[in-house]
Design a binder for this molecule. Structure first.
Ligand SMILES: C[S@@+](CC[C@H](N)C(=O)[O-])C[C@H]1O[C@@H](n2cnc3c(N)ncnc32)[C@H](O)[C@@H]1O
Ligand SMILES: [Zn+2]
Length: 287
């Protein structure tokens, strides 16, 4: 039997790399601090922003995008994807008593919440995303520490601290994923198939997905990972104009679409908008 895992296990100080630990016995908001007394206080919504110094040049998902993502996902349209992710990772981690999970680019934490519900109750997680609007929501997921961080920087996480990792529609930093996952651990990378939502591309103002991402994912995960399994999932969607608007706003189009024009276009389209969502799950094992 492994020891009980604490929420702050495997978190490291972004300044000095020593362990960051949750300070006990403080009135809320909680604080993470290291032996050198670098300290990070939780925002009132419960997440920790570990990014220090001047901001990053990466563009975070803004408040409207994150609200659209939360509404769309919470309505259950992508539940079959979440189910597939949970089933695959739970199977890989079936021998682990208290799995420790990293969701890299967690967004609102929808997939992570579903996954934790499928794992033993002692499982714990770190949700990491550059968007504080996303981390406000992810901080509400039970047994989860939500950290604002940039996936392209060295992660504020200790070596081999995690048993499993999910990376859903988010940047993949293979070198850092390999460092923080223990040997034998599992990483699931989920990317859109080339035809994902393409039947509604024009209506929703979506960017075309230029090429198939499968080979690029394998390359970016690097030589420390072996591809164990690949699956493809297609889910037919029948959406109201409001739901189609949320779907467009939560994706890359949310960064540049004119919300008013988008809303008019979907409302003029009719009551039902039929689309097909199509994801690929690539399951890797850490060598
Ligand atoms: C398409 S969303 C997917 C979110 C979530 N996994 C889901 O599927 O609902 C991409 C996420 O990646 C985050 N992101 C983009 N660049 C990032 C970076 N450099 N570091 C951390 N997160 C980043 C965005 O803020 C956004 O939440
Ligand atoms: Zn420190």
């Amino acid at each position: 039997m492994s020891q009980p895992v604490h929420l702050d296990e495997g978190i490291s100080c972004p300044i000095c790399r020593q362990g960051l630990r949750l300070q006990q016995g403080l009135a809320r908001p909680a604080r993470l601090s290291c032996p050198d007394l670098h300290a990070f206080d939780a925002a009132k919504q419960g997440y920790f922003n570990l990014l220090t110094g001047k901001g990053t040049s990466f563009r975070e998902d803004g408040s409207a995008m994150v609200a659209a993502r939360a509404a769309f996902l919470d309505a259950g349209h992508y539940a079959p994807f979440a189910q597939s992710i949970s089933t695959a990772l739970a199977a890989s981690l079936s021998g682990v008593a208290s799995p420790r999970i990293l969701d890299a680019g967690a967004g609102t934490g929808y997939y992570l919440g579903q996954l934790l519900a499928a794992l033993p109750a002692s499982a714990t997680a770190v949700a990491l995303d550059i968007s504080k609007f996303a981390m406000r929501r992810a901080a509400k997921i039970p047994s989860t520490l939500a950290l604002v961080w940039d996936l392209w920087r060295d992660l504020p996480l200790e070596d081999a601290a995690f048993d499993g990792l999910i990376n859903v529609f988010s940047p993949h930093n293979g070198a850092e994923f390999a460092r923080v996952l223990r040997p034998g651990g599992s990483a699931l990378v989920i990317t859109p198939l080339p035809e994902h939502l393409m039947d509604g591309a024009e209506l929703l103002g979506l960017l075309a997905i230029a090429e198939d991402k499968a080979a690029g994912v394998i390359e970016s995960m690097g030589e420390n990972f072996a591809l164990k399994h690949t699956s493809e999932i297609r889910v037919p969607l029948i959406l109201s104009p409001k739901e189609a608007f949320e779907l467009a706003m939560m994706g890359p189009a949310g960064h540049h679409a004119d919300p008013q024009r988008l809303r008019e276009r979907v409302e003029n389209h009719g009551e039902q908008i039929k689309l097909t969502a199509a994801f690929r799950i690539q399951e890797f094992t850490r060598n």
